[in-house]
Design a protein around this ligand. Structure first.
Ligand code: SF4
Length: 374
């Protein structure tokens, strides 16, 4: 299949790996920012094929995982209201809040629906003017334009019974927070290709310069990731810290101008809490004042929720790359995808779920036992 098989070619993967092995002279640690990349790395055993001195640290780029507990609890409170139809992508339904999840709300009689697009939720609002329809708008820069466009359309159509529960997050401030952490071991970044396809790369040169880290825009297939690692290693060995685009088939330097215009009109930058990490200044979006009437938090006044994370869950450390999932005592015992304690075990992009799914139940296996690429 075009654009899939050709980026999983074992012979090309071997050549890239040979190049990486030949280049590396000392230990390096780099972070893949995106949960989709983490999933691909673990699924294909890429980390086990790299030289032992190259460590991939899994970053906080799973939108389900970093949605703060307070926002999950607000979603549960809103979804429980009798007049509300609460719409969400499916993976949010199992994310544990302080008291249960959206499935539990549905089981108790709440009208919680899985949709495949925010426009589906808008359509439900149009068909049911007697209901309040809320869409759970979470995610990074990738999902934000569609949510912005839906609110824009709701206003244009005069649909007043639609609102958005917004928990959007932005990658560059998270990179900055990681680099400022006293425990930071990251020496280079594989930036998330799909985020850059929307936003472009203009926010990255200042970060690369300030923290003297290479930032390589990287895709998601095995060859994409190996190429991202290869370029990052090459820069590190040379003492360079530039921004490179290793994903040009999807990313242009200027991003997607139409999406950027929509984001600028509908959202404004705000501080945002990340689950397990805390508040990162300027790391989120909320609806701009002109669209505040479509803000579910504003409409339903669900402030004052009291949150409580499970004491055993170390997902904050996982999300910051401080531990690997199997180093959490609950991993695979009291915490599994069927009974998750934390969001990183729920989402298919969560590091804990990826480790569980691909049987990384203990320390990484030696390279000869790794799953071959492709
Ligand atoms: S294994 Fe479960 S309890 Fe441990 S950090 Fe991951 S989600 Fe939390």
């Amino acid at each position: 299949m075009r654009y899939l098989d050709e980026f999983q070619d074992p012979a090309l993967a071997r050549r890239l790996l040979d190049d990486i092995h030949a280049t590396v002279t000392r230990p390096w640690a780099m972070m893949e920012v995106c949960g989709g990349q983490t999933h691909s790395i673990i699924r294909h055993g890429i980390d086990q094929l790299l030289p032992a001195s190259v460590e991939l640290i899994h970053g906080p780029g799973c939108p389900v995982c970093v949605t703060p507990l307070e926002m999950i609890d607000k979603a549960l409170a809103i979804a429980s209201l009798p007049e509300v139809v609460f719409c969400s992508f499916g993976d949010m339904l199992r994310v544990p809040g302080t008291e249960g999840d959206l499935f539990r709300v549905r089981g108790a009689g709440g009208d919680v629906r899985v949709v495949y697009s925010p426009l589906d939720a808008l359509e439900i609002a149009r068909r049911h003017p007697e209901k309040e329809v809320v869409f759970f708008g979470i995610g990074f820069e990738t999902t934000a334009p569609a949510n912005a466009m839906t609110v824009h359309q709701a206003r244009a159509l005069g649909v007043r019974n639609f609102s958005l529960l917004v928990s959007h997050v932005r990658v560059p401030p998270a990179i900055e927070a990681i680099m400022r952490s006293p425990d930071c071991r990251v020496q280079g970044f594989l930036a998330a290709g799909h985020v850059c396809s929307v936003m472009g790369v203009e926010e990255y040169p200042a970060l690369a310069e300030r923290y003297r880290v290479p930032i390589v825009v990287t895709g998601f297939e095995p060859l994409d990731i190996l190429e991202g690692v290869r370029r990052t290693v090459r820069q590190l060995e040379r003492g360079e810290h530039r921004v490179e685009n290793a994903y040009p088939r999807a990313v242009r330097d200027e991003g997607n101008p139409a999406a950027l215009r929509m984001l600028a009109e509908v959202f404004e930058v705000t501080d945002r809490a990340w689950r397990g990490i805390g508040v990162i200044p300027g790391s989120g979006w909320r609806l701009a004042p002109a669209f505040r009437a479509y803000d579910a938090e504003h409409r339903f006044r669900v402030g004052g929720v009291r949150t409580r994370e499970p004491a055993a869950c170390r997902s904050g450390e996982v999300l910051q790359g401080l531990i690997k999932p199997h180093e959490c005592a609950a991993f695979g015992t009291s915490c599994t995808p069927r009974n998750p304690l934390g969001a990183t075990m729920v989402s298919s992009e969560g590091a804990c779920a990826a480790y569980y799914l691909y049987r990384r139940l203990d320390r990484a296996a030696p390279a000869e036992e790794a799953t071959p690429v492709g």
